[in-house]
Design a protein around this ligand. Sequence first.
Ligand code: AMP
Length: 250
Amino acid sequence: MKILVPVKRVVDYNVKVRVKSDNSGVELSGVKMSINPFDEIAVEEAVRLREAGKATEVIAVSCGGAASQETLRTALAMGADRAILVEADVELQPLAVAKLLRAVAEREQPRMVICGKQAIDDDANQTGQMLAALLGWSQATFASRLLVDGDAGIQVTREVDGGLEMVAVKLPAVVSADLRLNEPRYASLPNIMKAKKKPLDIVTAAELGVDVTPRLRHTHYAEPPARKGGIKVADVSELVRKLCDEAKAI
Ligand code: AMP
């Protein structure tokens, strides 16, 4: 079975994000960008399935500018077999990405798409669900365990508010990876070198016939309010008094 893994280029999770001085967006110039961490987990899961003989090919796909090739090379270095860049130079919102991924899925005919549960830049948590709806496929979101039952179905353990939920899902399906699904491997230097030679195809959104015009307009970005510093109290009775008198007023 072929597995498609959508990977997004996002601001690295170690970077302290700053809002632009005119509040029109987030400062991206000179900022370290990386593969979305949940997508790294999705790539790892797909590669493990191929290594276990349960998948035949892992295809990484990224939608965005030319720089997203770097993100695809990371996925290739982790073990993906080939990559597709869907090039678009406008801001891509989740619905546009879902439509682009549907077009790629219709061309490639994978049995499963494993995406991240959310992108850490927009925290939208929408693309996988929209993709499943557009394709009319089953979906299993927030996966912390994934078992493949031959070519017919999969069993997914989902992380839900009250605990864990086990679902049996018919293929084809879209699965979204949660944090505890696995621990992604580090790409070794030889694999980084090998990844440079793996196939990376480029298509444009127009070639896929998808209108990616943004539907939402961002009006204003702002930093969260600065947190006030803590205080020290002399003893427990002062702490209790403050909790009773002052915390109540907040
Ligand atoms: P989101 O709905 O934006 O939180 O993203 C959820 C998941 O959809 C991500 O973890 C990726 O797997 C996938 N995704 C979102 N945007 C893109 C993109 N531009 N290119 C490829 N995959 C994406």
